[in-house]
Design a protein around this ligand. Sequence first.
Ligand SMILES: [Zn+2]
Length: 376
Amino acid sequence: MTDTALRIAQELIRRPSITPEDGGCQDYLESLLHPLGFRRTRVDAGGVTNSVFFRPGERDGTLAYAGHTDVVPPGPRDAWPHPPFSATIEDGVLHGRGAQDMKGGIACWIAAMMDLVRAHQPLPSLQLLITSDEEGESVDGTIRLVEHLQRHDLLPDAAIVGEPSSHKRVGDTIRRGRRGVVQARIGFLGQQGHSAYPQDADNAIHHAAEALARIVAIDWGAPLPGFPPTTCQITNIHGGTGASNVIPGTCEALLDIRYNPANDFAHIRETLARAIEPARVELHVDHVANAFVTADGPFLDLVCAAIRRSTGLEAKRDTGGGTSDGRFLASAGVPVAELGLTNGTIHQVGECVAVEELRVLTGIYRDIIMHFERHS
Ligand SMILES: [Zn+2]
């Protein structure tokens, strides 16, 4: 199985697919999955390649695996120890963009399925939900796949998202939720004038300073346990004409809020609006990503049991980090667990993964598919 996972990971890495390009990765996956009894449905949107691969099962229930074939740009190629799309193996380590995030993970899932199908194991129905738009805008990716599944009443009973969730060892951490993201742009309005005649002007930076101090001091309340608290960061301030004797008539600030599911978008928007009064402002608030959480229950227990059997590790059920495509499935009511390789080099120059990790993850995935049951 390890050789299979390694070979598939190399084939994927050698197809450069800088977001939102797919680079032929999903056609390659089709060539592997078709002989296993999978049918592919393309759900392309806005120039993004999306595929649902489906194999009807011999057992009850449908288990999905969600992943992306796109990768972030390699950065300066000279700084890589091996060319970023060469998939070179050296001293038991596979080098290349996507090795951890997340071509390596996809390769492990396919190797696990191949092994089970060839062993004629009775399997649940299996879905692969693959997009080439995760690392970029994420507007025509997994959400389009989930809409397709909803339209055709094909939502799975549970989903593994193959993002590299692990910290030091494969399986030490799974993610079962993420905070949501709200971003705001505030334009403070005043009246431009000469700094020697402040009575004839109205300083927009002064209004901004007072309002932003109130925003930073907002108490977002008690967080939902198991999640990091809500945080609000001022990420940009822009004001002034460049001249030191001009009172600015406008000032703009950008906020990035990571919210704990104890808060919600409507509450956050109202709280911000209250904090900036009575300044004259233009406020634009965007709900960039929903918070989500999969409750403790049979699915998370099954994933953790598979990890325990394969590695002896007791997985931490984490909710840290930025947002993930898991939110689209979770918002549709699908229990989601993110489980993948370690993430120590993701998005870095010199991304790589130990070949041994591919072996371990393939074993865990195999166990999850073997033991999956529908719980409703
Ligand atoms: Zn990823």
